[in-house]
Ligand binder design. Structure first.
Ligand SMILES: Cc1ncc(C[n+]2csc(CCOP(=O)(O)OP(=O)(O)O)c2C)c(N)n1
Length: 314
């Protein structure tokens, strides 16, 4: 059903599920990509390498932004959520421009998943081999400055930038918050900064994750923004905020790190914790229990329905 906001909330949620599934599949699977048979140890990649924790928030941000601003330029602070970025580029048919095998078919899905973090395949981080990627990054802190730079002298541009909450602890990112004062003229494009508040870095909470909402709102107001807190798990709320953007809106996007992934593994909290940062089921290739957890996790996205719609519509 078309929402009063002019977008289909259901379609956005489906896209998020699609990209979450593909993110997990890229990290773990070397075969059985549609789960046509029970998952087996031989389906799992021999070396599990990637970052899950950031992916769900990236998928939420990308899907919501694309629905409202199809021509946006998207800048991703921490580039290690690459399975999510790649899933979205695949979904939109952007990846195929550089990789002809990334077709909207089962073969395309196999190709993208198998080649993630694979010798001579796709790297585990955003890189210059990725269509649309200008700077490889690696060092946190430059996303916001890059966004303002991209909009400079380009009134036609809409640049959305997802800044990691760990990233915003760097001096560079913090100082870049002042750039809104330089870019106010009408000759420049619109920059929409989004703080990806998933609460954690690699192995510890972030400062902003432990700040009160009042502290956060006051901080961004102090820099001249009009901050608004968005619950990333509520697509309707996100779309409402996107429909009412002002020139100085600053979105604080809250999602639990590793949202929709395993809740706990061997008693350790994963979802909503730094333990979700990289690979949450590291023993999936040898431990029966973890393999079953992975299967349950993948199945939770009900990918089959999405896959049929995706291959039919493209
Ligand atoms: C300047 C700099 N310092 C430290 C690192 C190491 N590092 C890589 S990822 C990361 C945590 C990033 O956390 P956050 O920005 O919150 O991203 P998330 O994965 O939670 O989305 C750190 C500290 C780095 N890449 N660059």
């Amino acid at each position: 059903m078309m929402h009063g906001l002019g977008v289909k909330i259901e379609d956005i949620n489906k896209r998020i599920r699609f990209c979450n599934y593909l993110s997990v599949a890229q990290i773990f699977l070397q075969d059985n990509f549609l789960l046509n048979r029970p998952l087996d140890f031989s389906d799992i990649k021999p070396r599990l390498l990637g970052h899950w924790g950031s992916c769900p928030g990236i998928n939420i941000a990308y899907a919501n932004l694309k629905a409202r601003f199809p021509k946006m330029q998207f800048i991703l602070g921490p580039g290690h959520g690459y399975p999510a970025l790649q899933a979205n580029l695949f979904y939109d048919g952007d990846l195929i421009q550089a990789y002809p095998e990334a077709t909207p078919t089962l073969h395309g899905i196999e190709y993208v998943c198998k080649n993630f973090s694979w010798p001579y395949g796709f790297p585990s981080h955003a890189s210059p081999f990725t269509p649309g990627v200008v700077a490889e990054g690696g060092e946190l802190g430059y996303s916001l400055a890059s966004a303002y730079g991209a909009a400079l002298g380009r009134p036609d541009k809409f640049v959305a930038v997802l800044i990691g909450d760990g990233e915003l602890e760097t001096a560079t990112a913090l100082a870049s918050l002042n750039l809104n004062k330089v870019l106010r003229s009408t000759n420049n494009g619109h920059v929409l900064p989004i703080l990806h508040l998933n609460g954690y870095k690699i192995s510890a909470p972030t400062i902003y994750g432990r700040s009160s909402e009042r502290e956060l709102l006051q901080m961004f107001r102090g820099f001249g923004y009009d901050p608004v807190i968005v619950d990333g798990t509520n697509t309707e709320e996100f779309q409402l905020v996107l429909s009412e953007l002002k020139y100085n809106t600053f979105i604080i996007l809250k999602t639990p790190k590793g949202y929709t992934g395993p809740k706990t593994v061997d008693g350790l909290k994963i979802e909503g914790n730094c333990a979700a940062h990289q690979v949450p089921l590291p023993k999936a290739k040898s431990d029966e229990k973890q393999l079953k957890m992975l299967e349950k996790w993948l199945k939770s996205y009900e990918f089959e329905e999405l896959y049929h719609e995706f291959t039919r519509d493209n």
